[in-house]
Every structure is written in structure tokens, then in C-alpha cells.
Design a protein around this ligand. Sequence first.
Ligand SMILES: Cc1cc2nc3c(=O)[nH]c(=O)nc-3n(C[C@H](O)[C@H](O)[C@H](O)COP(=O)(O)O)c2cc1C
Length: 193
Amino acid sequence: MTTIIENILTRRSIRSFKKDQISEEDLNTILMAGSYAPNGMGTQSWKFTAIQNAQTMKKVNAAIRQSLLSVPIVPETHPYIVSLIEKAKDENADFLYHAPTFIIVSNLKDNGNSMPDSALAIGNMMLAAHAFGIGSCWLNQLPGLTHMPLIRELLNDLDIPENHIVYGSFVMGYGAEEPKPAAPRKDVINIIR
Ligand SMILES: Cc1cc2nc3c(=O)[nH]c(=O)nc-3n(C[C@H](O)[C@H](O)[C@H](O)COP(=O)(O)O)c2cc1C
């Protein structure tokens, strides 16, 4: 098996992290790997915002928490969202898994390629991180709340352009847990010869 295939097959989401920060060199290489992802029309219109500052992490977490608390629960609300809103009621709730590094991938609003481009970039970054023994996990809260005024204020503070929204975000760091084995793969392949 080639190294890249082994890397793809062994990456797992990590949700518990050691306090140790990843090196600047590894961070730069991971972000560069994101920037080499395929992207529609080659626009590279994404922006990768890396946060390693504890105060800024707290600010992000607080904005997520406050925004969740303002989401009304209606009968149609998905049970997962209800559980997040319930979690937000705890003032110590941490939506970033206490990770040392958080990456926000923003991209142009109202652009059909923004979502696939951003997801491909995150995939590249997660695999690059895994190659360095660094764990990661996609976090969907910020993308889900990206249109809320409090989150827009946060994005302004983080120098994320006005014409961008968040399409994906993920945490990174050295894992403090043994990840669960991959779920059995579903039978989704159809080869037509
Ligand atoms: C679009 C997307 C959204 C996700 N959102 C979350 C999330 O909000 N919180 C979380 O803990 N994991 C999240 N995940 C991670 C998935 O739960 C995980 O990738 C999946 O269970 C497969 O496990 P694996 O990554 O270990 O292979 C997300 C993954 C993707 C691709």
C-alpha cells in the first residue's frame, strides 16, 4: 500500500487533545497542503484562518455558545441541534474540544464552488496533519451559524472578509485518545464496465 493510501485509511476524527501546541513548521505545511486542493476555476478564493491564541479561542467558543442559545427550538429542530443548544446552556461548554489549534475555512458567499472547494481544502489539511501524527476533527457549529449577526461580528474581528462565510472549520492537536476504529464501509461502489 502506498503511503498516501495508508494515510487516508488510518485518519480518524480526534475529539480529545493534549495541551501541546503543534509546531509552526507543521502548521505552515498543513495550511499549504490546504491551498493545493483542487478548486473550481482555480480561483483560490478561500481563506484559512488559524487560531492558536487562547483568548481568541475563548472568544470563538463564546460566540458559538451565545449564538446557539439564541436559536429557537421548534418541533422541526433536528435532535442534534437541540443537543447542542442544551450543551450551550452550560457556561463552561467547550465547542472546540479544548484543542490547541482551530482552523476556519471561509470562502465567497453565493458561489457554487465555495463549499466543495473548502471541503477539499479541509480534507487535504486533515490528511497532512495526520501525516505529522496530528489529530483533527471537523466542527460544524461555526459553519451552521455563519449567517448570525454575532458570528459575523466575530468574523470581522478575525479579519474574515465581508463577502465570505464559513464553509468549514476543524480543530487540530496531538490526540489524547485512541480513536475508534473506522466504521465498516457501506456498499456504495458501483463499477460499470
Ligand atoms: C461535514 C462534516 C461535519 C462534521 N461535523 C462534526 C461536528 O460538528 N462535530 C464532531 O465531533 N464531528 C464532526 N464531524 C466528524 C464526523 O463525525 C466523522 O468524520 C465521521 O463520524 C467519520 O469518522 P472519522 O472521521 O473518524 O472517519 C463532521 C464531519 C464532516 C465531514
